[in-house]
Every structure is written in structure tokens, then in C-alpha cells.
Design a protein around this ligand. Sequence first.
Ligand code: 4AD
Ligand code: MG
Length: 463
Amino acid sequence: MKLVTVKEIYRETDLFLNQKVELSGWVRTVRTSKAFGFIEINDGSFFENIQVVFEESLDNFLEIGKLTISSAIRIQGELVSSPGAKQPFEVKAENIEILALSAADYPLQKKRHTFEYLRTIAHLRPRTNTFAAVFRLRSVVAYAIHKFFQEKGYVYVHTPIITGSDAEGAGEMFRVTALDMALPPKDESGNLDFAKDFFGRETSLTVSGQLNVETYCMAFRNVYTFGPTFRAENSNTARHAAEFWMIEPEIAFADLSDNMNLAEEMMKFVIQYALDNAPEEMAFFNKFVDKTLFDRLENILSSEFVRVTYTEAVEMLQRENVKFEYPVCWGMDLQTEHERYLTEKIFKKPVFVSDYPKDIKAFYMRLNDDNKTVAAMDLLVPGVGEIIGGSQREERLDILQQRMQESGLNAEDYWWYLDLRRYGGVKHAGYGLGFERVIMYLTGMANIRDVISFPRTANSCEF
Ligand code: 4AD
Ligand code: MG
């Protein structure tokens, strides 16, 4: 008897047809009549279920007929073809062992549940078709990203989660402090005393691995990091999470246009990889989540991304006769409504917006010759808005120091980062791709809470 998975049966049917097989999995549905019955089981290996037929000759026939949804069973039987049926084959059970009965109050009965409800049972939702597809795709896309960079010879650097500096200089950090009572982190007046805390200084969860990965870029040339990042952003939107994953490549001897080329190539690679390697899941999204998904992705694969400067984008938006909630003026940060208008109405494809005003961007971005803008780029995509943020980095020590001062940062905290500019620092660039945003983009899922296993957002950290 061969122990097989549902995936193996679907992918290599010929190998198993008319053979004895053994399978284990969870019951999705049970139907019985007097003399026989059907069970659909899912074993977690594949998107599809497999149908099992059982007859009254089985000595536990009556018990099998009463199996509750999500009970675990092991089946032995023959894989036979079932022409004309919904599925091309089924297993004729010779033996069904009940491994675990599921309680009758199992919340995922056979009906459609809203995504909002499923968020309240995030520990069970990967058992639904939609979330099984999302989280399977998430795994495939993570692999695609590593494959893309590894095949180009990039070195994967594990940057730290706990950090003493604010990589974005935006103050949206979660503080890290030891709960150990032997290290009372308070001074006489009851204020937190970080000198007495675990690390002897104030520390936080990282908002970006960029500054650390830049150090490896100046040693290895082309590097990337891919890990969790944390932001205490007070925006309760469908696109922001307090904990999210980010992919951050950093390339040496490279400028902003090299950076955009890399981002475009990576995006296309990842889309193609998802279509090729998760075809069942992608077809599911196209059918049930967003019917324009395939058209949208095909359109992107075959077109060049648009490149405009911030100044051009502002002028374009001003020329449109639209009443935005926030009227567009030079110097403002583009809001989601503007970003979406650019990609969805004006260009109908992904758009790189570059050269933003320095006052709305981070201190490390390279100052342009106009002294007003920096060599920054954001990639905006239809449906999601900003998916990538990046820049060419300021490699000139004096200008970097001045920008840090303007941004109110303490240069002493960044001494090691400044050293990079003193010891053979060359022009370099990089970007951050929000991993959940890519998954939203590839699935059509509209809420970031539905593409990360256990979402953390303001007032929500249940599981
Ligand atoms: O534009 P951001 O803030 O850029 C950086 O952090 C740079 N240090 C990256 C770099 O150059 N190495 O963030 C990058 C991307 C955004 O474009 C967005 O996709 C995602 O990270 N992102 C978030 N995703 C989910 N929830 C949030 N709160 C996010 N904030 C940013
Ligand atoms: Mg950004």
C-alpha cells in the first residue's frame, strides 16, 4: 500500500490509477445513502479535495456516515477513474480509520463566511479554500523572491530585528524593553532609564533592515534582506499592518535608474513565477476574488512600467479636472487617492514616481542638484497603490550629516552608518518591497489582514 498525498494523485495520476493507495486528511463533506456514501477529504497538500466512495460492506459504515466536518481519517483503497463525475478519479475505500472526531460546533460549516468573520478565527481560516490559496501562494512567492536574487548572485543578509536606530527617521517605532525586575528601567523620578535597561540604551523593533543591509552592500556589492519589520503607524487602513515583511535589495555602483530596472525585472519575474508555479491558486483568485486579475497581470508582463518624476505627476494630477479630498500641490506627500488615480486612471499600469521633495522623504536619500528633491522612487500599482519605496543613497558624508541634522537625528547614533561614507563609500541604491502588498496585488485580496497569517494592527493582536 502506497502512502500518497492528494497533490501526488492529481499531478501524477497515471502512476496511481488502479493501484492501492493510502491517504490521510480531514473531512470536508460527507453524503450517505442506504448502501454507500461519499466523503470529500483534503489533506493540506493540494488545492483540490479527493472524493472517497465507501460501501455498507465496511464494518464501521454507520460511524463513517456520521463523521463531522474536519474529522481526521485514514483511508486505504483503490484509486479508480470516475468518468463523467465532477472529478476524474476517486478512491474506492477498503478501510477507513477514524483518527479524530471533530466537535460538532466546528465553525467552518459548508457555507460562505465573510472575510471579517474569518479574521476572528484566524487559527482556522487556512482550512478554507480562499485562505488555503492565499497562504500557499505566499509561500510560493517567498521562494520566487529568493530564487530571483540568488540566481543573480545576491547575498542574503539577515538584518537584526532589535535595533538602536530609527532607519526611516520617522519615529514610528515599537520600543523594546526587558521585563526583568532585576533591571528596573526607571530613574528616581519614575522615568524610564534606558541606561539601566537590558541593552543599556533605548532600543526598538526595526522599521527597515536598510541601514544594516547597506553595510553589507559595501562589502558584497549586491545584497538583500527579507524579514519582518514593525511600524507603530497610526493609520488604520486596509494596506497597513504593524508587523509586515519586507524585501530590501541594495546594489553598489548603481544609481536610481539601475534601481528601477531591478525593481521592474523582479516584479515581472515574481508575477510569472506565481502564474507558472501556483496555477490552481491563481485560477481560483481570478475566478472568485478578482475577475480582472489575469488580464491585469498579463498586461503588466507585456508592458514597460511608466517612469515620471514627482513634479510631472503633480502637474498631471492638477491638469485632470478631479476634485480630490486632498487638493494636489507641489511639496505634499501623494495620498492614496492620487497614487491610485495615476495608475488606475491616467496610465492603467505600474508607475515609478521619482525625485520627490526632500522634505517629505527620509534623510538617507541622495540630494539632487536642484537642492529641493531627492533621488527617490516609489512604484505604484493599480489596485494597491505604493508597493515599493526606494532611493539612491546619499554617499557624500557632509551632505548626509547635514540632512540628518535637518531631520533632527542624532548623528552619534548613526556613527557606523556614517563610517560607510568614509571608507570607500560608493554610489549605491536600494528599495523595499512590501511583501503583503505583493500578495494583495497577486491575489486581488483587498485587505492586508487577509494576506498575513496572524495580522497585527492597532488594537488587534489576538493570536
Ligand atoms: O517606503 P518604505 O517606508 O521604505 C523603506 O522602508 C525603505 N527603508 C526601503 C528601502 O529602501 N530599503 O517601505 C517600503 C515598502 C512600502 O512601499 C510598502 O510596500 C511596505 O514597505 N510598507 C508596508 N506594508 C504594510 N504595512 C505597513 N505599515 C507598511 N509600511 C510600508
Ligand atoms: Mg514609502
